[in-house]
Design a protein around this ligand. Structure first.
Ligand code: KIV
Length: 317
């Protein structure tokens, strides 16, 4: 086996500039250089491809998939197989960004061996380059790293803990809770996590933890001082059908755009304005000659003797 380039490869940005493949060590290097890390969720080929081609560094196949794609009330019911299916689609689309897959609720809550076996599936069967797990599960982070599976931690508001938290509530609102959060972040960093998502925590807490940690923090609802930021794609483009959280900035209104396109299409169909002649296939002249079109009642009368010859000429072009 040879390693001709000894690198993970390079890919072009929208401006044609060649950008190196994003890896877990590259994220730490970005932190060291003070370069903000852009992260976004994606769950399918087209959105992942757009994210990658737009220069996003870190694409997360989030278990938010359960809510924004599959229509569930929370993230708890999405399965490993569903997450694998979507991770594969994202993997096919992404060349430069780091592809991280969320491990769904229940897939890492049993024995360490079961959790490692599930994590291996994300890398081996779906092409994930890291998995993300929620909570300060230090032993588990260690076990994944031992199994050569890079891990992203997720602390603060952890949506898989919705029942314990009593809802999606901002976490770490007292000095003690901030100190505990910081201790948890240190513990999973020390166990080998490559980065930590900090969700739904006061900006001051995120700032202090970010400054103290050796690995990057990626914030969502955690203020401006994290090493990177992540948003859910459907929030970013207004496709989530729910009032946005305070931290969401909508950069486009895809709901309005798609709704108007769909309504326009339906009207065109109803008014027979679609398809036009230019959007229709045409018989070749030779076949046209053996068919009489009665344009008044739009009925095609085919000369039976010529039917066979016409069928042979028909081509889906
Ligand atoms: O599932 C998800 O989308 C996430 C992000 C909110 C970080 O975990």
């Amino acid at each position: 086996m040879s390693f001709p380039e000894f690198s993970a490869g390079a890919h072009s940005s929208p401006s044609g500039v060649s950008l190196p493949k994003v890896t877990i060590p590259a994220l730490s290097e970005m932190k060291r250089q003070g370069k903000p890390i852009s992260a976004l969720t994606a769950y399918d080929y087209p959105t992942a491809r757009l994210a990658d081609e737009s220069g996003i560094d870190f694409v997360l196949v989030g278990d938010s998939l359960a809510m924004v794609v599959l229509g569930h009330q929370n993230t708890l019911s999405v399965t490993v197989d569903e997450m694998l299916h979507h991770t594969r689609a994202v993997r096919r689309a992404v060349h430069r960004a780091l592809v991280v897959a969320d491990m769904p609720f229940g897939s890492y809550h049993g024995t360490l061996a079961e959790a490692v076996a599930n994590a291996v599936r994300f890398v081996k069967e779906a092409g994930a380059e890291a998995v993300k797990i929620e909570g300060p599960r230090v032993e588990l982070v260690h076990a994944f790293v031992e199994a050569e599976i890079p891990v992203v931690g997720h602390l603060g508001l952890t949506p898989q803990s919705i029942h314990r938290m009593g809802g999606y509530r901002v976490q770490a609102r007292t000095a003690d809770a901030v100190l505990q959060l910081q201790a948890d972040a240190f513990a999973i960093a020390h166990a080998g996590a490559g980065a930590i998502v900090l969700e739904g925590v006061p900006r001051e807490a995120a700032e202090q933890i970010t400054a103290a940690l050796p690995i990057p923090t990626i914030g969502i609802g955690a203020g401006p001082y994290c090493d990177g930021q992540i948003l859910v794609f459907h929030d970013l483009v207004n496709l989530a059908f729910a009032p946005p959280a305070k931290f969401v900035r909508r950069y486009a209104d895809a709901s309005a755009l798609f709704r108007s396109a769909i309504e326009h299409y339906r009207e065109d169909v109803e008014h027979r304005a679609f398809p036009s002649d230019a959007e229709s296939y045409h018989l070749p002249e030779s076949a046209r000659r053996i068919i009489q079109i009665d344009r008044d009642d739009a009925d095609a009368v085919v000369n039976p003797d010529a039917r066979e010859e016409m069928n042979q000429q028909a081509n889906y072009r």
